[in-house]
Ligand binder design. Structure first.
Ligand SMILES: *Cc1c(COP(=O)(O)O)cnc(C)c1O
Length: 357
């Protein structure tokens, strides 16, 4: 059996969820869209359901997967419905629904619903992706109430730059939000992971932690709360071949690395088809036989090469951690010029093995 695998520590997931609640004192929707950022949405939901206030996903397909697996907690559709005919299923399966556009509001007004909805009414407070314009926001709220189709409304917005701890932008977005929601008596949800970890002063009855649940920091800089997170996923494999090369020999596609001295090279069963980033350059950290080492040359589809020169105890069959408790996914992401969100979501082909930690 190919030795590549992703170990998922569900105890760490719960630990991180508790931190989101503890540091905010808020209710927390665990964001498990995109198959829980590659960690497996159903297993993550099962691990959290006894304590989570609810879950958030990107679309009804993801929500129905949770319901089919028996998850009965509240589930929020972060983009609401994409077509009005999803409303019947939203009601049937008791899903909560973001309304981010006027066409969705109109669809709710016109729908015949057997039960009233819970709507999270989204304001565009400055990110300019989705959300209602501030001038339309109070009226949209009143129309939802007047429609008779809605039992409960939560007021929400989303930050564009909460991961930049010195940017003014989040405070400006909060000001736009506060102005737009003047006089509307409803709960509020603003904070994603970077805002949970880095912006304690922002009030939010509900928080929406995603990446922090999986134990990765959204920040470039150090952050005291992020230090307390525990990585949930360990991506590991084994050395399947070892060779000793003299100086001056090329390694892998494109000869992107040339030995600069006599070297010992390990080939690892892990490649970009597993989701390991092809952009990761020579020098990207790996852990082999418990020691820090580095990637060499280009990542192939199914294999990559690492430096065993200074790790004589490593050899055929040695375990290699690509990211996890020792090699942070955020550090690998930075080497590959991307973010931990993307390297988690890209995980493919690798079997996921779950443990309670
Ligand atoms: C994905 C998402 C989140 C979670 O973001 P993280 O940065 O992973 O915490 C929160 N809110 C909305 C609207 C999202 O789309």
């Amino acid at each position: 059996m190919r030795p590549a695998r992703a170990l998922i520590d569900l105890q760490a997931l719960r630990h991180n969820y508790r931190i989101a609640r503890e540091v905010t004192g808020a209710k927390a929707l665990a964001v498990i869209k995109a198959d829980a950022y590659g960690h497996g949405a159903v297993r993550c939901a099962q691990a959290l359901q006894a304590e989570a206030d609810g879950f958030a996903v990107a679309c009804i397909e993801e929500a129905l997967e949770l319901r089919a697996a028996g998850i009965q907690s509240p589930v929020l559709l972060l983009e609401g419905f994409f077509e009005a005919d999803e409303l019947a299923l939203i009601v049937e399966h008791d899903l909560w629904c973001v309304v981010h556009s006027l066409w969705q509001l109109e669809a709710i007004e016109q729908a015949a619903l057997s039960k009233p909805l819970t709507v999270w009414l989204k304001l565009d407070s400055g990110m300019h992706r989705v959300g209602l314009h501030p001038k339309d926001y109070p009226a949209a709220y009143q129309r939802l109430l007047a429609s008779g189709k809605v039992a409960e409304i939560v007021l929400m917005s989303h930050f564009a730059r909460a991961d930049e701890l010195h940017a003014q932008s989040s405070a400006e977005q909060v000001a736009v939000f506060e102005a737009a929601r003047q006089g509307l008596a409803a709960e509020v949800s603003l904070r994603n992971s970077p805002a949970v970890l880095g912006w304690p002063e922002i009030k939010s009855d509900w928080v929406r932690p995603g990446i922090m649940l999986y134990g990765a920091t959204p920040f470039e800089e150090a952050n005291a709360v992020a230090e307390r997170l525990q990585p949930v996923m360990t991506l590991e494999s084994k050395v399947i071949s070892v060779r000793e090369l003299p100086a001056g020999e090329p390694i892998g596609y494109g000869a992107r690395f040339i030995t600069d001295k006599p070297m010992r090279i390990g080939v690892v069963a892990m490649g970009y088809a597993d989701g390991y980033p092809r952009q990761a350059p020579t020098g990207t950290p790996v852990l082999v036989a418990g020691k820090l080492s580095r990637l060499l040359g280009r990542v192939s589809m199914d294999m990559l090469c690492i430096d065993l020169t200074d790790v004589p105890e490593a050899g055929l069959g040695s375990t290699v951690e690509l990211w996890g408790k020792n090699i942070l996914a955020s550090d690998v992401a930075k080497c590959a010029d991307t973010i931990p969100y993307q390297i988690f979501c890209n995980l493919r082909r690798v079997p996921r093995l779950y443990s309670e930690g």
